[in-house]
Design a protein around this ligand. Structure first.
Ligand code: PMV
Length: 322
C-alpha cells in the first residue's frame, strides 16, 4: 500500500485575537510557508489495530495506548476512529512532521490535529467532510487551552482567509486585492493557555472595562473586513496599529514583541501587531511589496529568530487534501 499523507498550513491572526474568545469577530489567514504533514504508513508486520505515532524531533515512536487519554495526539486519533465508526483496522504508523514553530501563535497544534485526522481517514480509505474535520480538531483544541474560540482549527482546516465569530458558520473572506505580510518570531515560546487564562482573570476582575476593550477590537476587525473585501488595503496598516494598542491594554504584548513591531514600522511597514496569543511568539506587519526585504532585515536585526513573508489572497494556494 503506498504511503498516504496530508498537509495543512500554519495560520496568522490578522485581527481580533483574544476578543474572539468573548464572541467578537476575528480575521485569520493561512501561512503556507510553514506546514504540518502526516504520513500514514502501513505496518504490515504489526498485529491489527496497532497505531504508532511518531513526531519528528518531538516524540519518539510511541504506541497510541501508551499515551495519556488527554494527550492531544491521542485524542485526535481516537476521535477520528470514533467518528468513522472504524472497527478493526490495519496497523499503521502516523509520522508527524511540522515546520510550524510550537507555542508561537502560528497554529501548530491545530494544524497537527487536522493532518492527523485527514491522514488516518485517508489511510482507512474513507472520506470526512471539512466541517467534521474542523469539529474534531476543535475538540482537540480544548486540550490546549480549555476555552478555545475555534479560529485556529477553522483557518487551518479550510486553508483560506476566514472571518470568524464563535458559534457561527465560518465565512471565507474574499480578498479583493492581495497584500503582503511579514511575520517575525520573537523566539520566546508562550503557551496559548497562559495568555488566555491571564486575560480571563483580568476580565473577571473588571468585566466592563474588558468588554469595552473587546468591543473596540471587534469594531476594528469589522473595518478590516470591509477593507479586505473592497481592496482598500491602505486602511489595514493603521487598523493593525490600533488593534495592537488594545492588545497592549489587555496585557498580552511583551517587550520582545514591541521591539519587533517598532522595528517593522520604522523600516516602512504600514502597520504591525502581535499575532495569536501574544506574550511572546510572533508579530505580523503589513508591508508594501517593495519594502518586504527591508522589513525582514530590520526584524532580524532587532532580534527576530525567523521571518516569513506571505501574500494574502494570492491565487494558487496549495490544495490541503491528501
Ligand atoms: O494559539 P494562538 O497563539 O494562535 O492564539 C489563539 C488565539 C486566541 O484568540 C488567543 C485564543 C482563541 O482560542 O481564539
Amino acid at each position: 500500500m503506498p504511503a498516504i499523507s496530508a498537509h495543512a498550513p500554519g495560520k496568522v491572526i490578522l485581527f481580533g485575537e483574544h476578543a474572539v474568545v468573548y464572541g467578537r469577530p476575528a480575521i485569520a489567514v493561512p501561512l503556507t510557508q510553514v506546514s504540518a504533514r502526516v504520513v500514514a504508513l502501513a505496518d504490515i508486520r504489526a498485529p491489527a489495530n496497532t497505531i504508532t505515532l511518531e513526531s519528528v524531533g518531538v516524540l519518539d515512536r510511541v504506541n497510541l495506548n501508551d499515551l495519556a487519554a488527554d494527550h492531544p495526539l491521542a485524542k485526535a486519533v481516537r476521535l477520528t476512529l470514533q467518528a468513522l465508526s472504524a472497527g478493526s483496522i490495519p496497523s499503521v504508523t502516523l509520522r508527524i512532521q511540522s515546520s510550524i514553530p510550537i507555542a508561537a501563535g502560528l497554529g501548530s497544534g491545530a494544524a497537527v490535529s487536522v493532518v492527523l485526522i485527514r491522514a488516518l481517514t485517508a489511510f482507512l480509505g474513507l472520506h470526512m467532510p471539512d466541517e467534521q474535520v474542523n469539529e474534531l480538531a476543535f475538540e482537540v483544541e480544548k486540550l490546549h487551552h480549555g476555552n478555545p474560540s475555534g479560529i485556529d482549527n477553522s483557518v487551518v482546516t479550510y486553508a483560506r482567509p476566514v472571518y470568524f465569530k464563535r458559534n457561527q458558520p465560518i465565512q471565507i473572506l474574499k480578498v479583493a486585492r492581495p497584500f503582503s505580510i511579514v511575520v517575525g518570531d520573537t523566539g520566546v515560546a508562550a503557551p496559548t493557555a497562559d495568555a488566555v487564562a491571564g486575560v480571563r482573570s483580568r476580565w473577571l476582575a473588571d468585566q466592563n472595562l474588558f468588554d469595552g476593550y473587546f468591543d473596540q477590537i471587534g469594531a476594528i476587525t469589522e473595518q478590516a473586513r470591509a477593507a479586505i473585501e473592497t481592496g482598500a488595503t491602505g486602511r489595514l496598516g493603521p487598523l493593525m496599529d490600533e488593534n495592537q494598542s488594545w492588545l497592549e491594554k489587555i496585557s498580552v504584548s511583551s517587550p520582545e514583541l514591541e521591539t519587533l513591531i517598532l522595528a517593522a514600522r520604522q523600516a516602512g511597514a504600514q502597520g504591525a501587531k502581535l499575532c495569536g496569543a501574544g506574550q511572546g511568539g510572533n508579530m505580523v506587519a503589513l508591508v508594501q511589496s517593495e519594502q518586504v526585504g527591508a522589513v525582514e532585515r530590520a526584524l532580524r536585526a532587532a532580534g527576530a529568530v525567523r521571518t516569513f513573508v506571505s501574500e494574502v489572497g494570492a491565487s494558487g494556494l496549495p490544495d490541503h487534501t491528501p
